[in-house]
Design a protein. Sequence first.
Length: 350
Amino acid sequence: MSKTRRAKPDWFMIALPLVALAACLWPTPGVTGGPLHWDWISTYGVSVVFFLYGLTLAPEKMRAGASHWRLHLLATAGTFILFPALVLGAGALGKGWIQPELLLGFFFLAVLPSTISSSVAMTSLARGNLPASIFNATLSSLIGVVATPLLMAWYTHSQGAAMPLGPVLLKVALLVVLPIVLGQLVRPLLSAWANRHYARIKMADRVIILAIVYGSFADSMASGIWSQQDPIVLVEIVAGVVLLFGIAFSVMWGVCRLAGFDLPDTIAATFCGSKKSLATGVPLARLMFGATPQLGLVLAPLMLFHFFQLMAVSVIAGRLAARPLTDAEAREAHNNKNEKPARSQAAKAA
């Protein structure tokens, strides 16, 4: 009988609310123009995050799953079409009682790319199509660098508060695209080093994201944005997050099955198409919205969505992992088991 594998708890999920709480209790060090100039860390830390992303992006892993174009088309449509359509529909139905800043936060969440690490990890846990997941999650992140600012510019213009698209795209080019390109250029020289120190690179990436979150919530607290909100707002955000994920996941799963995808392909497409990247969203939000006091409120749906998607998909992936092995999977597991002693003996002989 197969045992259900469970995802390990992530320290980042614990640190994220603690950092937001710290900003609420002690915002002074993190405010823009404050004594520690935290805004400098938040602004230029964005470049470090995307440089590390470019450095650790392995093109050879993408190529392995590039051929399944129907899966990638469907997952990408879920990420950049289904999510925005759901939020726009909710905004039309709730016009007049949903705060504009809150709706802005949900639309920003909706136009973000998929995650990479957690989508791939959960697809692997659920025994889905892993090469396709790696390709699609990476492709989604690269598309999001351009698509997210463009969709946000369209949305803000439609709401009568146009975003200065030229300066935003220039910032994205200099602080996001250029660092990714530089990371890829130096990868042949530093890939071995990056592989050895991957855990430290991931730690640095997440520490910078936490610093941006702290600064954003500190600015919001200092300006009184959160003190002006009714406590029911948090309940509304949680309810909106749960509904958004539940509908998007269910639609993606249903469309995949109607399209004739087998279960591994359905898992890969749904897991990639129904998730959103906090690691990309927080730095991009800082670039697009600057140090506006509303940034903490805008980021709140994304942060809560991040928590909920990880918990929900962990449970779903664990249950999928407990299903009986197919004949092909059983043969592969048997071959891998037999190959391990041979590899071990060869290593000893060498």
